[in-house]
Design a protein around this ligand. Structure first.
Ligand code: ATP
Length: 192
């Protein structure tokens, strides 16, 4: 089984994230996509960052009953901050029969050489890249045999925009799935 890992804070999850995850699964060789929720860094309390458990719950609600997508809390109990290579190594040990790959936006390629052990990531894992920048052919690593580009719609939506819109008292309906909207409203998230 091939599992694509899509990492994020998901503060909150929005349709941009879900469309990428679904597109990645349907247009590549991936059987499943796990949306890996980044835990809170205990040393960097970020204002407006909901607890990891609230964010995980929203990812579960956003995914709904999909068989292809799944929320993952794997990093909650790993040393913080969690580096991708360490999470990958941990997952490989925990699920030896699964083949893990990464899903990332093309903007990440620009700084990918600064990631911990990026050479090892490239050598041992497949990376599925979707376009997030216009001049995509100028980006590094795209010609690496383990890097594969897939087409996905460009959605200019961010969690920052959603948090700000909520704080201003405006609607975010349709920017997040209905179940996430209900959760946000019931918990009065991002309002204070
Ligand atoms: P924030 O605005 O709080 O920084 P975000 O919306 O960018 O949040 P993250 O949780 O940081 O969300 O995103 C997880 C991953 O999804 C990141 O790699 C990010 O680049 C990517 N991503 C976020 N929004 C979109 C989008 N609209 N389309 C495609 N990828 C996205």
């Amino acid at each position: 089984m091939k599992i694509g890992l899509f990492f994020g804070s998901f503060n909150p999850i929005h349709i941009g994230h879900l469309i990428i995850a679904e597109t990645a699964q349907s247009q590549t060789a991936l059987d499943r996509v796990w949306m890996v929720v980044s835990p809170q860094n205990p040393f960097k309390q970020k204002k407006n960052l909901l607890s990891e458990y609230n964010r995980l719950r929203m990812v579960e609600l956003g995914i709904g009953d999909s068989v292809h997508l799944q929320a993952s809390s794997i990093e909650f109990h790993l040393p913080k901050p969690s580096f991708t290579i360490d999470t990958l190594t941990h997952l490989k040990e925990k699920y030896p029969d699964y083949e893990f790959a990464l899903i990332m936006g093309s903007d990440n390629l620009e700084h990918f050489h600064k990631w911990k052990n990026y050479e090892a990531i490239l050598e041992y894992y497949h990376i599925y890249v979707y376009p997030r920048t216009k001049e995509i052919d100028k980006l590094p690593f795209l010609d690496h045999p383990n890097v594969e580009l897939f087409e996905a719609p460009f959605l200019d939506i961010s969690a920052t925009y959603i948090r700000e819109t909520i704080r201003e008292g405006y609607s975010v309906r349709y920017l997040v799935p209905d179940a996430v909207l209900d959760y946000l409203e019931a918990s009065r998230a991002y309002l204070d």
